[in-house]
Design a binder for this molecule. Structure first.
Ligand SMILES: *Cc1c(COP(=O)(O)O)cnc(C)c1O
Length: 465
């Protein structure tokens, strides 16, 4: 073959010299590393290691295959793709970071029903088939004041279901100011189309009056619908018809009023940020016939779409085929029941979302100072600064959520954040005005030390970035 190594710098020779998986499995020096590793995982790790070295050779690196290359592959295979992170973004309900963290009580309940059998659809008193929603219906009706309740996969599904069951083939009247896009492809006009309802827009972007709804009502009207604007605010020269007024109109004309409330707080946390956020019980009390809301936004439970309202309408929803298609599993029912019990028992502080949203500023400042001193001990210079967080999850866009952060000045903040994401438990921060900002609102006390350690590792380039 001549001497190709002189022409390609030895690249081909090095590629040919890569060991086979069989050879590696027999290599005595790898025995200790692979001891106790199931054979299939060992083979997968060796393949991964060889592939990664091949890739680096092709990119021009001059190296050989080392036993240590297997370590990285073994680590990669034993690290789950979905895993915990530290949320230093200051966004409480971060859709990218799993939205609401569950209460310990909810986690324990999930674990207790998930590992064995449970009475998900079994009535223990009668010894016959029961309803999977039964465990939460009473809690939901008690907590919201509604007659009946139903649970589906998420609020997008809940909105689709109520429209499909109550307005398919008929008209659904919605204000132009509420034809929102929630994110993740949820656009009210598109959901409407999917449901088979015909959208009738009334009013203008900024102002809709009762008379707009009134004159759009026809014998073909199926529902009047209100959509919580959720992720944007309408300010200035505006007018909208409150649920209460719409309910009066709906009742007079025999047309149900549906409300897609989205964020769905069961109680209003203290603080001026929350004053204007409608709660589910207030919406029910105002006369809404069906209210749809999320389980994992302000409620702070598992992902779910909750529907509460009049018994006769909920009965129609329950019979619709979409209810089966959107049904929740036992883990959701378990987590939801445990979360709703905390509301019933008045243990709001046990619900992480509530706790995170209501942490007083002095507590946050003290926490930021503790992180600052942990960083100082590791030789990292930072400063504590007041910052604004967000509720997130498409809820309460105008809320400022005053918080505190450790602010770090690095030459390449984006590269530094990338390093932080490679920590054993990734740390997710943000950049503001060219600085790295670590908001402490969503960090627990016990998170501060590992976060400080990750920052130290990243800043000393000890993290493989
Ligand atoms: C967030 C939101 C939804 C979607 O809720 P998911 O639980 O994410 O499916 C629907 N409608 C409104 C008004 C929302 O705010």
């Amino acid at each position: 073959m001549g001497a190709p190594s002189t022409e390609d710098g030895g690249k081909n020779a090095r590629l040919r010299a890569l060991p086979s998986i069989e050879q590696l499995l027999r290599r005595p020096s790898l025995e200790a590393r692979l001891a106790g590793v199931p054979r299939a995982r060992a083979v997968a790790a060796l393949r991964l290691a060889v592939a990664s070295v091949r890739e680096r050779l092709l990119q021009g690196e001059e190296r050989t295959f080392e036993d240590a290359d297997v370590d990285e592959a073994l680590r990669a295979l034993s690290t789950p793709n979905l895993r915990p992170v530290f949320n230093a973004t200051g966004v409480v309900l971060h859709t990218n970071l799993g939205r609401a963290p569950l209460a310990l009580e909810a986690v324990a309940r999930v674990a207790s029903v998930a590992r064995g059998f449970c009475n998900l659809e079994y009535d223990l008193e009668e010894g016959e088939r029961g309803s999977r929603y039964a465990p939460v219906v009473e809690l939901l009706t008690q907590l919201t004041g509604a007659e009946d309740a139903l649970v589906v996969n998420n609020c997008a599904g809940a909105a689709l279901l109520m429209l499909a069951a109550l307005a398919s083939g008929r008209e659904a009247i919605v204000s132009r100011g509420e034809l929102v896009e929630i994110g993740g492809g949820f656009r009210v006009p598109d959901v409407m189309k999917q449901s088979g309802a015909r959208l009738v827009e009334v009013g203008t972007t900024n102002r809709t009056r009762r008379s707009d709804y009134e004159s759009a009502l026809t014998p073909d009207t199926g529902v009047l619908m209100k959509v919580h604007r959720s992720n944007f605010a309408l300010v200035g020269f505006t007018a909208e018809v409150e649920v209460k007024e719409l309910a009066v109109l709906g009742r007079a004309r025999g047309v149900p009023v549906l409300v897609d409330l989205g964020s769905g707080a069961l109680v209003s946390p203290p603080g001026e940020d929350f004053v204007h956020e409608p709660t589910v019980p207030a919406t029910v009390a105002a006369g809404a016939d069906v209210v749809a809301f999320s389980g994992d936004k302000l409620l702070g439970g598992p992902q779910a779409g909750l529907l509460v309202g009049r018994a006769a309408l909920l009965a129609r929803l329950r019979q619709h085929p979409l209810t089966r298609a959107l049904r929740v599993d036992k883990m959701t029912v378990a987590a939801l029941e445990a979360t709703l019990e905390l509301y019933r028992d008045g243990c709001l502080e046990a619900i992480p979302t509530y706790r995170l949203l209501t942490t007083p500023a002095p507590v946050l400042e003290a926490r930021a100072r503790r992180l600052l001193s942990l960083l100082a001990l590791k030789g990292i210079h930072a400063r504590v600064a007041p910052v604004s967080g967000q509720v997130g999850g498409g809820a309460m866009p105008a809320a400022r959520l005053p918080s505190f952060a450790c602010v770090l000045n690095f030459n390449q903040p984006a590269a530094f954040l990338e390093c932080l994401r490679k920590a054993d438990v990734p740390v997710i921060g943000r950049i503001s005005d060219g600085d790295v900002v670590l908001d402490v609102r969503c960090l627990a006390e016990e998170d501060l030390e590992p976060v400080a350690e990750a920052v130290a590792m990243a800043s000393q380039g000890r993290q493989p970035c």
